[in-house]
Write a protein that binds this ligand. Structure first.
Ligand code: FE
Length: 199
């Protein structure tokens, strides 16, 4: 599903963004150094490791998990993760009966503060359309096979509200530290296109 559609689209988008950036820089409306700093922040310093820390804390601390369920924005902020595109968060807890999958059908809304920048496939029209129409088929392409009785809930992100999936804790991780638990949590597991697993 992903490969060839994505490549041509990415190239076209990259060319358009470059052209736009050139004009904005020439008109002194944008400072390239500030742009680079923002991109570096979100690609190097903010990333799925933040979300993984949130999940590991939720697995380890029932009071934190309860707080996360009631007020994800505040609970996540308490770990130091906040800012751009993470202002209003909702945590979605997977259970054996219910699996959560996140998409932005309109564009590419994504919880930057906990997951960093979105992967290219998340922004692609095929994912955005098919996650809603055929979530089980999309999950199968990501290698996720859920029991037929597990219901799949698809959540459409907006500019106002971003979602973080809290995957189920893998078996055999009893007594693990939060740091070790975090190694079970992939970016895709927090979007819902993956499951947490022991590394
Ligand atoms: Fe969006």
């Amino acid at each position: 599903m992903h490969d060839h559609i994505e490549t041509s689209e990415t190239e076209e988008m990259t060319a358009r963004v470059r052209a736009l950036e050139t004009i904005l820089v020439e008109k002194c409306l944008v400072d390239p150094a500030s742009l680079d700093a923002i991109i570096e922040t979100y690609s190097e310093h903010v990333g799925p490791q933040n979300g993984a820390a949130v999940v590991a804390r939720a697995w380890s601390d029932p009071a934190f998990a309860d707080w996360l369920a009631r007020d994800a924005t505040a609970a996540i902020h308490s770990l130091g993760f906040t800012g751009r595109q993470g202002e209003h968060m909702q945590a979605l807890f997977n259970t054996p009966d219910s699996h959560n999958l996140v998409v932005c059908t309109l564009c590419s809304c994504y919880p930057w503060a906990t997951l960093g920048l979105p992967p290219v496939w998340y922004k692609s029209p095929p994912y955005r359309a098919r996650a809603v129409r055929d979530p089980r088929g999309v999950l199968a392409e990501f290698g996720v096979d859920l029991p037929a009785e597990t219901r799949i809930h698809v959540w459409d992100s907006t500019a106002e509200l971003r979602y973080l999936v809290i995957p189920m804790r893998p078996a055999g991780t009893e007594g693990w530290s939060e740091g070790k638990l975090a190694t079970c949590v992939s970016r895709n597991a927090m979007i819902g296109t993956g499951l947490a697993a022991r590394p």
